[in-house]
Design a protein around this ligand. Structure first.
Ligand code: BGC
Length: 709
């Protein structure tokens, strides 16, 4: 039995509920707050791709005014935070992607029940719609004001410098000059209405309902001069029920392709489905953009796109929604110019992608990305300058997408340039050691952000090698498929100069080997650091939110790491290592890993599955799949708020089940599965698309089949 509903009766967890109960459609995200809440409760209509910088603060995505807000009064008494709640339920119907709440308040001397539903339309990305119903237990005068709430939650705002009324709504101008327009239409036959005020003499036993349709447009969607006419004409006569039906139909199609059913473990079944709900809600279905590290749940992490997308989310989309996958890849292809600029800025050639990439590919990472909790001072971090494995994440994503889809247009339409430019970057970033006769990558920051400026991070070196290999192989593929196009590309990238260099580089790049005891050192000198486990380092903290890395962090001089690093190497390059090597390194690194990033757990689970330890994998998978349900994740990096949803963990959870427990692999376009199910699971079934063909997989404890559909 599949489960499709997540629910809470605890209205006090305002911030966590705001994340858990998010509704979104890849254009906007509406946090899971309650209709009567306001900016102080982190209400947000978070917009994808619209950014603004206020004063010296970080450039962050803009939140639009709230068109679903309401103020309720009964017999002249207004609902406030203090109003007693006699009963409360808030739930998400994952199948329909509709948010619901029902609360009974004691207000104005009566018991009044407020029931609402709302959705961010998957059929029309500009549409947010809702239905509100009120019931009373005694005759009472009920008044609702449903005016658009222009006061938005901001981390670093305010972002609007001008606000004007337009028909049925408001038009705002951001500090960067972009326009955001929000309109609202209310259908309230059972109510007396005057402006945005609805009122009724409510009788017990009768349900008083109205519906709201709201539109959100920005000047990035339509030219500024047409924005107001587009949005005001857009508030059409379509019935709420029809809009809801279209929305549900779109989601039904999504679920038909993406649903994974786990039998024998209802908690896992629901947690994974919830993760897939999150991923599909926030994916850009209409824009060639990517997915922010905190989805569309707010402004944390500057609304920026990280390697999280390529490494942890793309695998799901590639196999269940190739159109979205292509948009995510197009985003990186389109932002190549910014990556070229960034490399040039640091004195290198080729493409150095932004660590925190905003819509046009510019790097939003600050030189001081963390605040010290003791002094309140910004701390110098080297994420932007040294986390060079980002270019490899882009290149490996493009190459594995080509291999999975067999679609050579991905390479001819810009992908091959990206591969070659990333390869050039690693070459130019490398140091040729005349003594050791090898290329090395010095002064880098690997996936584990607690150890900055290290030499020869094993994962980074291997990922750089994979990038250059992909570039060389990509040239061979395009030479066969479209020799004319290859000539053009070769001219653009100066292939004549680079071919020989890159061919030598793949032979001479140093890939760290295991030490005598079999442990692969995360970087040069890692094993010389203090050899302690996580609890010992945690005990040294003086403040709970203290940053563990950087110059003086508690972990910096120890072997304790933030997240999977060598274990990510084992996962990403699984054919390079034996099962014994994987087992030994998994066991070495796990007690030294804080899992301080939600990217970590799913990787540990995947490698555990590969070494035949599904029951070790299980808690890591569950941690990844439930992070947005439990709220168990770091909320602060030093003094900087980093809360929100965790799409990389959601994507990692899918990888754990499909690629880990069910062993999905594709070799030469042919998918295979193998059973590594946790001992208490009965079966898993799912669909995947490989080379344009859909397959149905069914895995039990003893059988594993995957058949074309
Ligand atoms: C992790 C990065 C990750 C970022 C965004 C950081 O805490 O260390 O690897 O890309 O969060 O999720």
């Amino acid at each position: 039995m599949s489960q499709w509903t997540v629910e809470t009766s605890d209205a006090t967890k305002v911030v966590q509920n705001g994340n858990t109960f998010l509704i979104a459609n890849g254009y906007l995200g509406y946090r899971g707050t309650l209709e009567e809440m306001s900016a102080k409760d982190f209400v947000a209509v978070n917009l994808l791709g619209v950014y603004d910088k206020h004063g010296d603060a970080w450039r962050e995505p803009v939140n639009a005014p709230d068109p679903l807000h309401l103020t309720l009064s009964v017999n002249g008494e207004q609902l406030t935070d203090e109003t007693p709640k006699l009963a409360h339920r808030q739930w998400l119907d994952l199948k329909a992607a509709v948010h619901h709440r029902q609360t009974t308040f004691e207000l104005g001397g009566v018991q009044v029940t407020l029931t609402t539903e709302r959705f961010a339309s998957a059929a029309d990305e500009h549409l947010l719609a809702g239905k509100v119903s009120v019931q009373v237990d005694r005759p009472a005068e009920v008044v609702i004001d449903h005016a658009i709430d222009p006061k938005v939650w901001d981390l670093n705002g305010p972002h609007f410098v001008d606000e004007k009324p337009i028909t049925d709504g408001i038009l705002l101008t951001t500090g960067e000059g972009d326009l955001v327009a929000v309109t609202q239409r209310v259908d309230a036959l059972q109510w007396r209405s005057s402006g945005t005020r609805l009122s009724t003499e409510a009788k017990p036993g009768v349900t008083y309902t109205y519906t709201v349709q709201a539109l959100v447009y920005t000047s990035l969607d339509v030219p500024a001069e047409r924005l107001v006419s587009t949005i005001t004409q857009g508030l059409h006569e379509t019935d709420y029920q029809d809009q809801l039906a279209e929305h549900k139909a779109t989601w039904a199609k999504r679920w038909d392709r993406s649903n994974v059913q786990i039998t024998g473990d209802n908690d896992a079944d629901l947690a994974l489905r919830y993760s897939l709900y999150q991923l599909q809600s926030i994916a850009p279905h209409h824009l060639d953009l990517s997915i922010p590290a905190r989805g569309l749940s707010g402004q944390t992490y500057k609304g920026a796109f990280f390697w999280d997308t390529e490494m942890f989310m793309l695998p799901f989309f590639l196999r269940t929604d190739p159109e979205v996958a292509r948009r995510l890849l197009n985003y990186r292809i389109n932002t190549l110019p910014q990556a070229l600029k960034k490399a040039q800025h640091y004195g290198y050639q080729g493409a150095f992608y932004a660590w925190e990439s905003q819509a046009d590919g510019r790097d939003a990472t600050s030189d001081y990305n963390v605040t010290d909790v003791f002094t309140g001072r910004p701390m110098r971090t080297y994420f932007k300058d040294k986390q060079i494995h980002i270019s490899a994440a882009v290149a490996m994503a493009l190459w594995s997408s080509y291999q999975l889809t067999g679609d050579v247009r991905l390479l001819t339409d810009g992908g091959l340039q990206v591969l070659i430019e990333c390869a050039k970057f690693y070459y130019s970033r490398s140091y040729w050691s005349p003594l050791k006769h090898r290329f090395e990558l010095l002064d880098v920051l690997g996936p584990d952000e607690y150890h900055e400026r290290v030499n020869n991070n094993a994962y980074t070196n291997r990922a750089a090698l994979a990038t250059v290999q992909a570039a060389l192989e990509g040239v061979v593929v395009v030479a066969k498929a479209d020799p004319e196009r290859l000539k053009e590309i070769q001219q653009q990238v100066d292939w004549g100069t680079w071919q020989a260099r890159l061919s030598d580089y793949v032979v001479d790049l140093y890939i760290p080997e295991p030490d005598a005891d079999g442990v692969i050192p995360q970087f040069d000198g890692y094993r010389d650091l203090e050899n302690v486990f996580v609890p010992a380092v945690r005990d040294r903290l003086l403040k709970p939110n203290e940053y563990w890395g950087g110059a003086y962090g508690v972990a910096s001089d120890t072997q304790v790491i933030k997240q999977a690093d060598v274990v990510l190497l084992l996962k990403q390059f699984q054919n390079d290592y034996t099962t014994e090597q994987k087992l030994l390194n998994w066991q070495y690194y796990e007690p030294r890993t804080e899992h301080g990033s939600t990217l970590s757990a799913s990787t540990y689970a995947l490698v555990a599955c590969e070494i035949g330890k599904a029951d070790w994998a299980y808690p890591f998978f569950m941690q990844s799949a439930t992070v947005d349900l439990t709220g168990k994740s770091k909320q602060f990096a030093g003094g900087v708020y980093i809360g929100g949803t965790h799409p990389a963990a959601n994507g990692g959870a899918w990888m754990d089940v499909v690629q880990g427990f069910c062993g999905l692999q594709e070799v030469d376009g042919r998918p295979t599965v193998a059973s590594h199910l946790p001992s208490h699971w009965q079966s898993v079934s799912f669909k995947v698309c490989v080379r344009g063909r859909w397959y149905q997989a069914q895995v039990t404890q003893d059988t594993a089949t995957i058949q074309p559909m």
